[in-house]
Design a protein around this ligand. Sequence first.
Ligand code: ZN
Length: 446
Amino acid sequence: MKYVLLISILFVTFSVASSGATEITLNNIQKPDSAILFIVDGLGSSYFYPELTPYAIDESEISKALTRNLTSGTRLLDIRTPIPSTGQAHSVIVTGYSGANEEIVGYPDATIYDITRQHGFVNLAVMEKGDFQNLRDEQDIILFAQNNSIDKPLISIQANKAPSGIYELMYDWKMKLPEYLENRKGREKYSAYNKWGIDSANAVAVYMRKSHPSQRFLLTVNVGAIDSGGHNLGEDDYYLLIEDLDRDIYPLYTTARENNIALFFTADHGMSFATKNARRGGHASGKYAIKLESLKIPLVIMSQNTIPGVFNGEYREGDIAPTLLSVLDLPNSLQYADGKTINVKKYATIFVKADKEYSVSLWNGGQKVSESSGSELIFAGMPLNTNYTIKAVGADKTYEEKLFMDSDKLLKFDSGKGLDYRGIVAIILILFVIIGGILIIRKIKD
Ligand SMILES: [Zn+2]
């Protein structure tokens, strides 16, 4: 009984400490409701980007996939992972921090999932590879492979606060995997394993739009068999697996497009081969780890609010997290991120975060264009490369700042007068918990 009380006090503390943001949309812009982060394990962009040619370690030219779907949208030509190994690269993707590891993913406010949750999203995942305890714990529900075996796959579900019906749906999909793999071998079986991951994710997205239409979500997907195929089947099957993926992903693209879901298509790292027709590939160690084919990853974004076409700059895997947040009009308050937002969005957004309520107005060319009040405000839809002035009036402080909107802006107002009532309530509750804990420990000792 006391533990229940303790847990509920803790819960109250956190819900009091967090607050909802007010969103203001200007200029009739289109923005995505939800997002899918689709990570293809071990997919090097060198093997399918039209502008690139893959080479083996012996410098011979090797096979490249022909794809129709995988390159449409907003595409980043040169984006690289700092570390071509699965766990760390996934940690970089979700934290935006180039030095991230699996432990950091578990820290408060370290990941995109912390930010989406604070803004009312649910975090859902279907992952064949790349998941680990701290990443799974960030999800409201995850369908995941416990091992890396395509011959004897072990599928599991971890649920925290899943939207109703999702657990049952994921359980059905867990049970469907044997049908996909039955009577298949070699590359066919690897592709079927990927297709199962894609179809499961697609079913989750479709179900969410149908049964929980107003619930925003971030769905993380990892398909594992391109990486496994690169390692186990070799160079001549690797590019064919990419062509199979290009075919099998189409239904998910359609779901995303028709339901206003932003789709981020990327990889944790690429793959390298020693020679043409090499039977085994690698990416994480020795001569494999320094090859561009292992380091260059794709990033293709399909969203109504991004600028279509190819971006030519040099980008890093750590830029994915802040860019994903920007496309969703969420503030980049990632605690450890050193990645930068890539300006793929058709407009810019101002995020205001204050320690107490401010009345905030937005001015353009001497005209007031918007006004709202609150402690967290999101003004989305300013045309790019325009000048705005923001005025914020609080109980005891006033701010005025000129902004050139070449990208999203995050403004923090701090009145410097210590805590507001929410902070004080939070501290009182935390003290209650500590005192309660001490009393319980004493009782147990007695
Ligand atoms: Zn990997």
